[in-house]
Design a protein around this ligand. Structure first.
Ligand SMILES: O=C(O)Cc1cc(O)ccc1O
Ligand SMILES: [Fe+2]
Length: 447
């Protein structure tokens, strides 16, 4: 389960990451073959697939869902996925799954410092630590917030039957070898791994730290743009899918499957990353958050942060997301007669926020409060907004055009409260006096 970062292997992984080819476009019908002639040209499942490969469909939606929501890919592989021994239970480590029942739902505002250094030899999966979540994985509804801190390559392969994984690196680059090919992402980029797709994470630096949104619900999609028009926010073409790349290796490989909340392990006699060609619209992606086309006011008032939605997982109620992924990217603030930072609010949705770099405009920079790698949780109806210093400064500021370019924050915003795990509320990382940031907001009322 352990590998070694900071070695010749890391050098090799970096070189591989730098030279990766991609297939562009969110939701496209991609197609790719690592060996010419591996893709059938007519049927999906010919009597004999080309080159002696096995044809296998991977579904991300029910067969019968409307075409606009239908997701599937056809994989042409050395062995079918079905050729595996039984899975047996293995240690869940620090991974927890909905329904979350370990703690009493807490109306308080909570904030955490980053995870501590992991023990030597901690791979990405062993370094995964669940903060909380909602819904029920077996009902395919809800989400979980995880953090990771790893210092070793995965030698095993992981697949999450419970949900799609949105990985948000905060420190350290990742090289991710998936069934559909290789992707690489570093801080400022995000990775999306569809439910059940198997992958292995290698580190491009000595350690890797970041956040994960595990989405049990409907797969993330680009938000509708409404009156914004045909363009804007995250552009479909900036999402990069892998091209086919396969491992043709025999010998024992541990494959871990997260299934209805538990980790299960099986030792295969071959690598399951043996897909030689594939086509379809169900694929991992990497997206560079700095390419987000930020839209905001050019007159007055602070728009709601839904305008910063990168990806949304709809729920059964139109407009009400199971979870939205929102980015606070560098942007100009020009609003006239406007309190420019995030306003005071009580939101029916629940907000987990993380920081990838720099500072966030609702929180005073350099105060050691909301720091990269840390996070805050403002659950359903909890009152929050600018801290006292931010309020005082922004209320008095001269309203010149101002560029916010010193930070990259994000939010997982969900329709259900996030119930924390025991380890999250029992950890040393939980800040004890978060409420203090709103102390001293003086009364200014002059009737
Ligand atoms: O609480 C937060 O910082 C997130 C947020 C940002 C914003 O600009 C408006 C509302 C909101 O919840
Ligand atoms: Fe908020």
């Amino acid at each position: 389960m352990t590998g070694n970062a900071g070695t010749a292997h890391t050098e090799q992984a970096r070189k591989t990451a730098e030279s990766l080819a991609y297939s562009h476009g969110f939701g496209n019908e991609h197609s790719s073959e690592a060996v010419p002639g591996a893709l059938p040209t007519r049927g999906n499942s010919p009597q004999r697939a080309p080159l002696g490969l096995y044809a296998e469909q991977l579904s991300g939606s029910a067969f019968t869902e409307p075409r606009a929501h239908n997701r599937r890919s056809w994989l042409y592989r050395i062995r079918p996925s079905a050729a595996h021994p039984p899975f047996t239970r293995t240690d869940n480590g620090a991974v927890r799954t909905a329904p979350f029942t370990e703690t009493v739902p807490d109306p308080n505002r909570l904030r955490w410092n980053p995870l501590p250094e992991p023990a030597p030899g901690t791979d990405w999966l062993a370094g995964l630590w669940t903060l909380g979540g909602n819904g029920d994985a077996a009902q395919r509804a809800g989400m979980a917030v995880h953090l990771y801190h790893a210092n070793a390559d995965m030698l095993r392969v992981f697949g999450d039957s419970d949900g799609e994984l949105l990985i948000v690196p905060e420190q350290g680059g990742l090289l991710v070898r998936t069934e559909l090919g290789l992707l690489s992402a570093g801080p400022g980029e995000v990775l999306l791994i569809p439910r059940g797709v198997r992958f292995r994470v290698e580190l491009l630096d000595d350690t890797a730290r970041g956040y994960v949104c595990e989405n049990y619900g409907q797969p993330f999609q680009l938000p509708d743009l409404g009156p914004i028009g045909a363009n804007g926010l995250a552009h479909a073409r900036h999402f990069r899918a892998p091209v086919a790349a396969y491992e043709d290796t025999e010998g024992p490989v541990e494959v871990v499957n997260k299934y209805c909340g538990n980790l299960w392990s099986a030792t295969y006699d071959h690598s399951p990353l043996d897909v030689v060609a594939w086509f379809g619209n169900h694929t991992p992606y990497v997206y560079d958050l700095r390419l987000f086309n930020v839209i905001g006011t050019i007159s007055y008032d602070h728009p709601d942060p839904s305008i910063f939605t990168v990806l949304t997982s709809p729920s059964d109620t139109p407009g009400l997301a199971g979870v939205d992924f929102v980015v606070f990217a560098p942007r100009w603030l020009v609003g006239e007669d406007t309190f420019r930072p995030p306003y005071f609010h009580r939101n029916v949705m629940s907000e987990y926020m993380g920081l990838i770099e720099g500072a966030y405009d609702a929180k005073t920079a350099g105060k050691g409060g909301f720091v990269p790698g840390g996070g805050s949780l403002h659950n359903m109806m909890s009152a929050h907004g600018p801290d006292r210093e931010t309020f005082d400064k922004a209320s008095a500021a001269e309203l010149k055009p101002h560029k916010i370019d010193d930070g990259l924050a994000f939010m997982f915003e969900t329709r259900w409260p996030v119930i924390t795990t025991e380890q999250a509320v029992g950890s040393d990382q939980l800040q004890s006096r978060y409420d203090d940031v709103w102390q001293g907001l003086e009364r200014h009322f002059r009737p």
